[in-house]
Write a new protein. Sequence first.
Length: 288
Amino acid sequence: MRTRALAALITFAALLAGCGGGGAGGAGGGKVSAVASFYPLVDAARGVGGDRVGVANLTPAGVEPHDIELNPRQLDRMAAADLVVYLGGGFQPAVEDAVRRARRTVDVRTGLPDLVEGDPHVWLDPVLFGQVVGTIEAALVEADPPAADGYHARADAYRRRLDELDAEFKAGLATCEERTIVTSHEAFGYLARRYGLEQLAISGLSPDAEPDPRHLAELSDLVKSRGVTTIFTEELVSPKVAETLARETGVKTAVLNTIEGLKKGSSEDYFSLMRENLATLRTALRCH
């Protein structure tokens, strides 16, 4: 009887040790819990994490990520997560205020080269986004060392897909009759720089900024003088000013997706939306 009681006590102690150890969830045998601040980082974290990581998105579908306010449940989720992935530099002020409560965080802007002051849209450049993936990979390995090989393999696979996407953009935009894109706001600067385009924006880096009437008049003249065929609107920003400019200049509008979020119930992902953007650009710029 005493032997059986001692064996049961040892087993119970071992179970307690197993439940209490391991740091991050994956290291203890379960999933690593990650929170990502908006859609592109969610896609990258899921791509690198695979089944090992459960990733929650702080920005609801259809919501402009710049403007989110966090509720108590979201704040608690951030505080409890093994890793919080976010984009610093003032892109989501509410998130940057809240990350101080988190146990482990990673700002994916860290270490990125040639950033434009105030411009957060690095994910629209597949090459820069590949470096973001590397930052997420390193953070997950640090949070969950036993699963490092899986993180490295999945990150390599994700980067190969980004390399293929980069090659498609280079080839697809190499021979275009036009090189100017007129956009709702300055969201496509990194993409334009990567592929030799010039971005002219109706408003600045903030999608909520009111365009200056003098700037709109100058932009109207440029659209006419350069033979621009298309004014680009966005999924999550009101198209009214862009549509007015298009009517005044006699050109079309088309959606160029900033990929800051997905519509509710959407089956799209980062790669499919980027390829839609490429097709839209090729049509508007008359590429051969």
